[in-house]
Structure formats: C-alpha cells, structure tokens
Design a protein around this ligand. Structure first.
Ligand code: SIN
Length: 283
C-alpha cells in the first residue's frame, strides 16, 4: 500500500502501525485524511506520537472517522462532553478496560472506533494490548466458522463493564462515574461473526467483558464456547502491544479488534482522554 502524505510503519505482524508526518491539531487536507483512513482500515490500530491535542481538537480529529458519541458511565469533560477522562491515581488498584473487550458492545450501535490520547503515563507499565479479531476468525476451522455463522451473542453492560468499573468510585478515586444504575438495562444482541461495513472482512465479535451467552442458550451452555473463542482471540500471534508516552494518540477499530489495558503500574498515575465514534448496527 502506498502513502504519499504520511509514513506508516507496522508495529507487529498481526496488526497495528505507527503513523508519522502529520500534525493532528490542525485541519487535515483531503489526501492526508484519506491516507490515514486507509491505514486505519488496513492496520486496525494506528498510533500517532508527539501530538498536542486539546479535547476540542481530539473531537475535531475524531470527526474524520464519524460522529462522536458519549460513553454512558463516565461524565464527559466540560470542554468536550464526548471526551471522558480515564484516570488511575497513585492509590487506585482497579483500572478501566483491564480485560479483553471491544468497546461498549452492549449498545445497539457500538462505536466503530475509539481515540485514546495519553496525558500522563507511568514511566513503565500501563501498555494496551490489541488483538486482531479478523485473523482470529479466519484461522478457525471451516466447521467452527459454519457453527458460529448462526449464533448471536447477548451483550450486557451488567456483566463486567469496563473492567469492573461498576464501583468506579471505589476503584478509580478521581473518575466521575454516572448512570451506574443503568447497567442492567443496557443489553444488545449482535452476531458472533460480524462483517466489517467498510472492508467486507469477517471478524469474531464477542468478549468476556460483555457477552453473557448465546441467544437462545443458557449462560452455562454458552460459557465453554465463549471461553474458547475469547482465548483464541487473545492468542499472542494475533496481538500487538502499544507502549504509551505522553502525547500519544491511538485510534482503534472496534469492528475488527479487541483490546486489554494492562494494570501493572500500581502506585503510579495514568491519565487518558477517550473518545468513541458512533458505529452502525453489527451485521
Ligand atoms: C479502554 O478500554 O477503552 C481503555 C484502554 C486503555 O486505557 O488502555
């Protein structure tokens, strides 16, 4: 794939690329925006280093991908309500997103992508792992693919949303929780194998954070296969790992990836600005 406006360097065999040569705080010309979008679809996770972005500028860049939406369980920033602050303070032990998941899959229209911008990071630790759910699907046997073709998953915010952040006030002392009582009410049924609306590629779409069971089956009946598929998605050869620095922005495609925020930095502070972009109904 050829790029003229940006430099694109893959960071792993499975997915992920660093993009250099662009300043995201300023409006992008059409060619640069098109190349970034092409790299995003090809690599599923794109990493921009040394960006200086206010929340408003983060939202403006997010609009290149679609319409920003609001996260249901954390108050947005005053400057940009679509942006939430994810903050693990020095005394906290819980982190946000500390298990494999695709963002808010309990919504009828889960976000197509997420833009996460690092404001403060620990000297070491706090990396984010990503897994390529398309590769995970493509490496299943034909028999398993045929079995999954007919299955839909029941996704609920009440299972373990955002890594157990139901008691966010206790777990993340400085985050501003909202709407916690709505967790049971947020449920959506989506195909276990979804087709990417832009690339036509199929990927596995279920996760241990939100997928409680298969439609028409009990949790006990569903669990062994859900567990198998979640372990399959997280196979090391399907993953990449992003090491954060302050002023790094990462954009990932929730339609083709899963991610996991590592919680290996107790005693240190990590503060991120997170924005999601509205997606379509998974099919
Ligand atoms: C998330 O799951 O959205 C947050 C990931 C992270 O903080 O690395």
């Amino acid at each position: 794939m050829t790029y003229h406006r940006i430099e694109v360097t893959p960071i792993a065999g499975a997915l992920g690329a660093e993009i250099a040569g662009v300043d995201l705080s300023a409006p992008l010309d059409n060619s640069t925006a098109e190349e970034i979008h092409r790299a995003f679809l090809a690599h599923h996770v794109v990493v921009f280093r040394d960006q200086t972005l206010t929340p408003t500028q983060q939202v403006a860049f997010g609009r290149q991908f679609g319409t920003p939406n609001e996260y249901p369980f954390v108050e947005g920033l005053a400057e940009a309500p679509e942006v939430i602050e994810i903050l693990k303070a020095e005394g906290d032990t819980r982190n946000f997103g500390g298990l494999w998941h695709s963002d808010t899959s309990y919504l009828p229209r889960p976000p197509l992508g997420t833009l996460l911008y690092a404001r403060e990071v620990p000297a070491a630790g706090g990396d984010t792992l990503f897994a390529n759910a398309r590769l995970a699907y493509e490496t299943l046997s034909a028999g398993m693919q045929a079995l999954l073709a007919g299955l839909r998953g029941v996704n609920s915010a009440a299972l373990r949303y955002a890594g157990g952040r139901r008691d966010a006030a206790a777990g993340n002392s400085e985050m501003k929780a909202k709407g916690v009582e709505r967790a049971d009410a947020l449920e959506a049924i989506h195909p276990i194998v979804r087709t990417h609306p832009e690339t036509g590629q199929k990927s596995l779409y279920l996760n241990g954070a939100h997928t409680m069971r298969f439609e028409g089956m009990t949790e006990a009946e569903s669990k062994p296969l859900i567990d198998y598929l979640c372990a399959h998605i997280a196979r090391p050869e399907f993953t990449c790992r992003v090491r954060w620095a302050a002023d790094t922005l990462v954009v990932w495609d929730n339609r083709a990836t899963h991610h996991y925020a590592l919680n290996d930095y107790h005693g240190h502070r990590r503060r991120m600005h997170r924005l999601t972009i509205e997606g379509d109904v998974p099919r």
